[in-house]
Design a binder for this molecule. Structure first.
Ligand SMILES: NC(=O)c1ccc[n+]([C@@H]2O[C@H](COP(=O)([O-])OP(=O)(O)OC[C@H]3O[C@@H](n4cnc5c(N)ncnc54)[C@H](O)[C@@H]3O)[C@@H](O)[C@H]2O)c1
Ligand SMILES: O=P(O)(O)OC[C@H](O)CO
Length: 339
């Protein structure tokens, strides 16, 4: 049994806390919202972000970083990507020296265009950046919190860190694989959200399952091109953090990103819809950052380009679809067909 500190009490932080507590760890959850802390401590539920799931009574919650992080051997960072830098900076002085820091956030930071491990490396400069770990894979919070079978991957350049974190979280119902490719795993987790918006829009328009399968497959290729351009291993995209999460998010009814795509197909304005939701759809901001990154790196990213233009530049969905379908004919090459 170890102490696990979970930073961020949205749906995913809460689900990871529930899993770790059932795994018999001492779990302390940090929330910025006092009402969430009260709800978890008094009612063993997080009605604001994961209502309807009864949480283990052993989970403690607090708004105080020092209290949450004291004595932790694993620190799971789970805020949305837009707030990870600020949250990690606040937490940094309280993280024990020998604790493993694991990033479970999925996204690319706007403006800097950095992956989450780069953001945390800058926010926690005294830590060894090669010892940071990333947790990703096909994992809807509600299913994990309900104890349904799930497989995820923990990636770190440091093998010992990856295997110690994986061992701490692994159970027969929550299988944790390890990977040496944090960059590839992070790119998969970020890009699948953008591609799931496209899949949701495709389904919302009633374009059929052939079209969705094509989007997922060509999306996987696009994701791999991004990953390779950033130094990731193309084979990582055949795994849980790549195609696994892409399939889940592009087809699963619980996905917030897929739901955003479906709403756009109904004619709802993306910004207005997101403002009405408390939960994040990371793909909205990631579409912008990823399209800027694609141009900077010279990565061919036609789906990301169209999702960006629909979400942020007001391009009509049907026009975006037509632009995708009328691209030049080409040979199908795995992942590396840069043009
Ligand atoms: N929900 C899932 O099923 C799931 C699964 C895997 C990964 N993730 C990833 O986990 C990350 C967190 O998502 P979530 O689903 O737990 O969140 P959520 O949508 O359930 O909740 C939103 C979170 O944002 C926080 N927040 C709002 N304003 C903030 C601010 N100014 N500063 C700091 N935090 C603020 C809230 O406290 C809350 O914790 C995302 O990157 C998401 O992609 C989510
Ligand atoms: O609900 P979404 O679209 O944010 O997806 C949640 C998880 O990332 C799925 O693995």
């Amino acid at each position: 049994m170890s102490k696990i500190a979970v930073i961020g009490a949205g749906a995913w932080g809460t689900a990871l806390a529930a899993h770790a507590a059932r795994r018999d760890h001492e779990v302390h959850l940090w929330s910025r919202e006092p009402e969430v802390v009260r709800d978890i401590e008094e009612h063993h539920e997080n009605r604001g972000f994961l209502g309807g799931v009864t949480l283990p009574k052993t989970i403690r919650a607090s708004t105080d970083p020092g209290e949450v992080l004291r004595g932790a051997s694993v620190v799971l960072l789970v805020p949305p990507s837009a707030y990870l830098r600020a949250v990690a900076t606040t937490m940094a002085p309280h993280v024990p020296k020998d604790a493993h820091v694991v990033i479970a956030t999925k996204g690319i930071e706007n403006d800097t265009l950095e992956l989450m491990n780069e953001v945390v490396a800058e926010a926690m400069p005294s830590r060894d950046r090669n010892a940071l770990a990333v947790l990703s894979g096909p994992s809807f919070a509600r299913e994990v919190a309900s104890g349904l079978p799930t497989d995820v991957v923990v990636a770190s350049k440091n093998d010992t860190v990856a295997s110690e974190v994986a061992s701490a979280l692994h159970t027969p119902m929550f299988r944790v694989y390890t990977s040496k490719d944090p960059v590839g795993v992070e790119v998969g987790g970020a890009l699948k959200n953008v591609l799931a918006i496209a899949s949701g829009a495709c389904d919302g328009l009633g374009l059929g399952t052939n079209a969705r399968a094509a989007l997922i497959t060509r999306g996987l290729s696009e994701m791999a091109r991004f990953g390779v351009a950033l130094g990731g291993d193309p084979l990582t995209f055949m795994g849980l953090g790549g195609v696994g999460d892409l399939i889940l998010t592009s087809t699963g009814a619980l996905s917030r990103n897929r739901s955003l795509g479906m709403k756009i197909a109904e004619g709802v304005d993306a910004k207005t819809y997101l403002a009405s939701q408390r939960a994040v759809a990371e793909g909205y901001g990631t579409a912008k950052a990823a399209w800027q990154l694609a141009q900077k790196l010279g990565v061919d990213a036609p789906i990301t380009e169209q999702v960006y233009h629909v979400l942020h530049e007001g391009r009509p969905l049907m026009e975006a679809m037509k632009l995708l379908m009328t691209r030049a004919q080409k040979q199908e090459l795995w992942g590396l067909d840069a043009k």
